[in-house]
Design a protein around this ligand. Structure first.
Ligand code: GUN
Length: 290
């Protein structure tokens, strides 16, 4: 069993990005600049956004964290987005999801200039991804593809079962895995809460991407020998022995699944760090396309 070490891979990619930033700056250019908008004070979202901003500093990017009250109106948010779109000093930005209930998430995502949409959530970028045109790949699926590429995980002709159809992970992951690319060229089954016979489908899979957000859902008896397992889950579960009061659990029961795998991602240190570096790669790309 080989551990797909997202942390070590992300460090390597960050050093590659830092070198690109250095050469931009040495030739008189300004470093890439990413902004993140966080509405409200959800603990997990704050942790993710803080980590994204910190990673910018590590590679020499400029970063701006814009925090808004949970009560911020949709109109106010759309106004902020118009300002970010017009800001020439900003290469890309993200609006951290989920947004408060009174804000229409779709309206907000549609308002983002696709050229600054480094999360790859705007329909223009999603459409480009589907058609295999140059685009910003959504960060989590993009990071998983990069991890598979760097570890030379065989995918061609393999059966990939994706559990979860979210717009952020499951759906784009299913598209990327079936494309005529390497990695890619899988036969893909996308599954969700209404799927019948999920256990059996999983047992038939060469590659499983677990992205349903249910801690330790995938058990050893649902996985065949030699499978590749990608764990996208990061649920906080209360744990009084931790200083933070919680620990992170993936969607995969690592103890029973990992002995059967050819490759598996750990949680933490698997997909999470790869998500962040994909965002950095997208921001660098946005800067270079200016
Ligand atoms: N919420 C969970 N994942 C993501 C992500 O990749 N981007 C944004 N903007 N919000 C998220």
């Amino acid at each position: 069993m080989t551990l797909l070490d997202g942390l070590a891979t992300s460090r390597q990619i960050k050093s590659e990005i830092a070198q690109s930033v250095e050469s931009i700056v040495q030739s008189g250019g300004r470093p890439p600049h990413l902004a993140a908008v966080l509405v409200g004070d959800d603990g997990a979202s704050l942790t993710y956004v803080t980590s994204k901003v910190k990673s910018c500093e590590e590679v020499g990017f400029r970063s701006t964290l814009i925090r808004k009250e949970a009560s911020t109106s949709e109109a106010e948010l759309l106004d902020l987005i118009a300002q970010l779109n017009a800001n020439e000093e900003l290469d890309g930005y993200i609006v951290q999801l989920p947004l408060p209930k009174h804000v229409d998430e779709k309206k907000v995502l549609l308002a983002i200039d696709p050229r600054k949409d480094v999360d790859g959530f705007h329909p223009e970028n999603v459409g480009r991804m589907v058609l295999g045109l140059p685009c910003y790949l959504p960060a989590t699926p993009g990071g998983i593809m990069e991890l598979l590429r760097r570890y030379h995980v065989p995918t061609e002709g393999r059966h990939c079962v994706v559990i979860g159809r979210s717009h952020i992970v499951g759906l784009p992951m299913s598209i990327l895995m079936q494309r005529n690319t390497s990695p890619g060229n899988c036969t893909v089954t996308i599954t969700h809460s209404k799927t019948k016979g999920l256990d059996e489908l999983c047992r038939q899979a060469d590659i499983i991407v677990a992205a349903l957000g249910r801690p330790e859902f995938l058990k050893g008896d649902m996985v065949k020998e030699g499978a590749v397992v990608i764990d996208v889950g990061i649920t906080r579960v209360p744990d009084a022995t931790k200083k933070s009061g919680f620990r992170l659990l993936g969607d995969v029961e690592f103890s029973s699944v990992s002995p059967k795998c050819s490759f598996i991602t750990p949680v933490p240190g698997g997909v999470g760090p790869m998500t962040i570096v994909t965002l950095l790669q997208n921001t660098l790309q946005a800067r270079l396309e200016k």
